[in-house]
Ligand binder design. Structure first.
Ligand code: FE2
Length: 186
């Protein structure tokens, strides 16, 4: 997407500008797509867990939520939506496979999702999901990966889809750095 914003390469520059956007969807989309962050920009938020990926909060306002996720090889998140909010994902380091699905709006009790895109992404790649009917799954291929996630507005719950049974469940989303959030205010 073309926009008039120059490259934003630090959280110190990004966060005040996101706040100034005051929830305007088009401005937030343009700003977040202008980022080019490296690992040093987010390393103070990073931690890994050998059993699952971690979700580490950078900043949350009424209008948006910015997280850094840390992954190890083979860790994944199942097919999910984003609570009808914008989702933007930026790969800081590592390599991952992302698969996108389109929700089939049937009126039957069991909804179905159709795979529409599957790609491998590496550092500095950007993924936008700006439609409520787009779902996706992510699996990490490299030894480690660090990804930046932006949601507008914040999301506390998402739906998970199980292709085997075509059923869905609601999942509560938590932060892995709950106990450190106050110390990390930037
Ligand atoms: Fe997602």
């Amino acid at each position: 997407m073309l926009n008039n914003y120059s490259i934003i390469n630090s959280l110190y520059e990004l966060l005040p500008r996101l706040d100034l956007a005051n929830g305007k969807r088009t401005e937030l989309r343009a700003l977040i797509q202008s980022i080019e962050l490296d690992f040093n920009s987010v390393k103070s938020y990073c931690c890994w867990n050998k059993n699952h990926y971690t979700r580490n909060l950078i900043r949350r306002t009424e209008e948006y939520e910015l997280l850094v996720l840390c992954w190890q090889k083979g860790q994944f998140c199942p097919i999910h939506d984003h609570g009808e909010q914008d989702c933007f994902m930026y790969i800081i380091t590592g390599e991952l496979e992302e698969t996108q699905y389109q929700l089939n709006e049937q009126k039957s009790s069991k909804k179905s999702l159709v795979e529409i895109k599957r790609n491998v992404y590496g550092s500095r790649n950007k993924i936008c999901i700006f439609s409520a009917t787009l779902w996706h799954s992510v699996k990490v291929l490299s030894e480690q990966a660090v990804t930046l996630h932006f949601y507008s507005k914040p999301i506390d719950k998402c739906r998970i889809y199980y292709p085997e049974t075509k059923e869905m469940s609601t999942c509560q989303l938590n932060y892995s750095n709950d106990n450190k959030i106050n110390e990390l205010a930037i």
